[in-house]
Ligand binder design. Structure first.
Ligand SMILES: *Cc1c(COP(=O)(O)O)cnc(C)c1O
Length: 377
């Protein structure tokens, strides 16, 4: 059996080596390392793939979130509601901009932000909601958009983990993750579903005025060369990363299908065990692109299971081990433990299995067999 990796970047590269190398070679030959034609091509192709009017490439997914919030003109003291159970980048940029993060609980079945919790957290100071499409599953956008509309709030989708996922509204309309809110961010960190070979990110919006504002903000607040109208940042997707992404974007649907197939095999082997909750897909199967495959372990020692898997050479990880409201940087007297029952429970139960595009049946069987062996002991 091949060695099992949490993310197999080498195995994937070996399959696409020629296209990637040729694409990188073009940049080396034209030396347009910054804002080269590869960046422009990637922007256009991604706009078309997503069905969105504007993609603004930038340096990483954290910058993308920050720039989206700057573009919306959020002001210090504005409250921004986001999920307690997510990667810290989301709350970090809210705090950096001196906005007030309002962390709320998630739903146990999807791990995504709870609409009831959002409703309870809204105050006259609330300006935006940031749903994170966690682990690759689109949050409950139908209801989130309705709540936002009712209270006149911006919706900023953190789409770092769900690029390529589709969301089907009750009326049958289908939209890609990241094109439903006012603005969205994504990350091309190497292990993401569409990963570069370094850092990268992008912002999406259908709003022409916001897109114009964002294009200036990523470029030092310049709309006309050497005229700085607003305080901006320097955040660019470099041409070498765009070259890698140009080679991989045409494969994104194939890659996401491979992740779904692996997820289905994991779930088929584990679904009927009383001590395991396999991932719940709430929408159509294309609403989840399995950035992570995350189990909940009930009535068993999750940490001992993790050690058992590591001892057998099976990498696995806890995403995320500590609720954001309990992190030193984001703790706040405003928070009550009773408001986070689900996140507090999930951090003790979750375990994420290897998930990438190169897992074979022998590896999958070994992983699920090793989990059952531990649970049936
Ligand atoms: C990866 C990630 C980010 C940040 O992306 P970077 O490119 O690493 O800055 C933000 N939010 C979520 C949910 C992520 O998973």
């Amino acid at each position: 059996m091949r060695k099992i990796q949490m993310v197999d970047l080498k195995g994937q590269y070996d399959q696409i080596k020629e296209t990637v190398n040729a694409s990188i070679q073009e940049v080396l030959d034209n030396t347009a390392y910054i804002n080269g034609p590869q960046v422009h091509k990637f922007q256009k192709d991604l706009e078309q793939y997503l069905g969105v009017k504007h993609v603004i490439p930038c340096a990483n997914g954290t910058d993308a979130l920050q720039i989206a919030m700057m573009g919306l003109g959020l002001q210090p003291g504005d409250e921004v509601i986001t999920a307690d159970f997510t990667f810290a980048a989301t709350v970090e940029v809210i705090a950096l901009l001196q906005l007030t993060p309002v962390l709320v609980d998630v739903d146990a079945d999807t791990f995504n932000i709870s609409v009831d919790a959002i409703k309870k957290a809204i105050t006259p100071k609330t300006k935006a909601i940031v749903p994170v499409h966690l682990f690759g599953q689109v949050a409950n956008m139908e209801e989130i958009l309705a709540v936002a509309k009712e209270h006149n709030l911006y919706v900023i989708e953190d789409n770092a983990q769900a690029i390529g996922a589709d969301y089907t509204f009750a009326n049958g309309t289908k939209k890609k993750a990241g094109v439903m809110g006012h603005v969205a961010s994504t990350s091309f960190f190497p292990s993401k579903n569409l990963g570069a070979y370094g850092d990268g990110g992008a912002i999406f919006t259908n709003d022409d005025d916001l897109a114009h504002a964002l294009r200036g903000i990523v470029n030092h607040g310049m709309y006309v060369r050497y005229h700085h109208d607003v305080v901006g940042v320097n955040s660019r997707l470099d041409s070498l990363q765009a070259a890698v992404l140009n080679a991989k974007l045409p494969l994104l649907d194939t890659y996401n299908a491979a992740r779904l197939a692996t997820a289905n095999k994991y779930s088929a082997a584990l679904a009927n065990h009383a001590k395991v909750v396999t991932p719940v897909v709430t929408g159509t199967t294309d609403s989840h692109v399995f950035h992570q495959y995350t189990l909940r372990i009930l009535d068993a020692d999750r940490d001992a299971l993790m050690q058992h898997l590591l001892d057998k050479g099976i990498p696995c990880a806890i995403y995320y081990p500590i609720p954001l409201h309990s992190q030193k940087a984001y703790a706040d007297a405003r928070y009550n433990e009773e408001d986070f029952p689900i996140t507090n429970q999930l951090v003790k139960e979750v375990i994420s299995l290897p998930m990438h595009t190169e897992l074979d049946d022998e590896q999958i069987d070994f992983i699920t067999g090793s989990i059952l062996e531990f649970l049936n002991k």
